[in-house]
Design a protein around this ligand. Structure first.
Ligand SMILES: Nc1ncnc2c1ncn2[C@@H]1O[C@H](COP(=O)(O)OP(=O)(O)O)[C@@H](O)[C@H]1O
Ligand SMILES: [Mg+2]
Length: 202
């Protein structure tokens, strides 16, 4: 069975494409056949990432180019969606996916936006499938632990693994490669965050 994982968020620039590309990379590294579908044509999307010189080791396609019949050939499909989904789109997204990951920064404003999105889903079937991933987490301090606790108190499902804020992710995007392959002292730490998350959610 093909597992379908969508990544969406209430705000732009929170790290959806970064997460999508790296989770696909982790699944590929584990020997799974993975397809990353870019449903967001704008700058910074995973399709543009793949188009840079580095080259990603798995297939990335624009949503418009996908042949639905071919999808069952993959073990895992990751959807990199646009930010701020319309509520109707969000419901539809939930219908065609097994899991919705909502990356969120740990700042008060970002957490508020994330809560809004989750509030809409609460009570819906989709809520069961949705998990928050704390991203761009300051490597020092307890911000992620506090955010996780607060969200969980409100009944939100939050991943234990977090993606910390490392320049290696930015460099990876610029080069069109994965953070673990970047020449950077924190490249391995960045990749380990992804592996931990992949182990938890994929
Ligand atoms: N964990 C992270 N650490 C450092 N920078 C990050 C991280 N995640 C994302 N970024 C950077 O933040 C910006 C937005 O990330 P991106 O993945 O394109 O977000 P989105 O797809 O939600 O718009 C990019 O410059 C990206 O390199
Ligand atoms: Mg994006």
């Amino acid at each position: 069975m093909t597992k379908v994982v969508a990544i969406t968020s209430e705000k732009g620039g929170v790290g959806k494409s970064t997460l999508a590309v790296h989770l696909a990379g982790a699944a590929h590294a584990a020997g799974r056949s993975v397809l990353l579908i870019d449903e967001d044509g704008r700058v910074g999307s995973s399709l543009r990432w793949a188009a840079r010189t580095g080259g990603l080791p798995f297939q990335v396609m624009a949503a418009g180019d996908v042949k639905p019949k071919r999808l069952s050939a993959f073990d895992l499909i990751i959807l990199d969606t646009e930010g701020r989904p319309r509520r109707r789109d969000l419901r539809q997204l939930a219908e065609r996916t097994d899991l919705i990951l909502v990356p969120s920064g740990v700042s008060t404003l970002e957490l508020e936006a994330t809560r809004e999105l989750l509030d809409f889903l609460s009570g819906e079937d989709a809520a069961r499938k949705t998990r928050v991933v704390l991203t761009r987490v300051p490597p020092v301090g307890r911000a992620a632990d506090e955010a996780r606790e607060d969200l969980r108190e409100d009944g939100v499902t939050v991943c234990n693994a977090v993606v910390r804020h490392y320049a290696a992710y930015q460099k990876a995007a610029e080069l069109g490669i994965l953070a673990g392959d970047v020449r950077d002292p924190r490249a391995e730490a960045a990749w380990n965050d992804i592996l931990a998350l992949a182990g938890e959610v994929l």
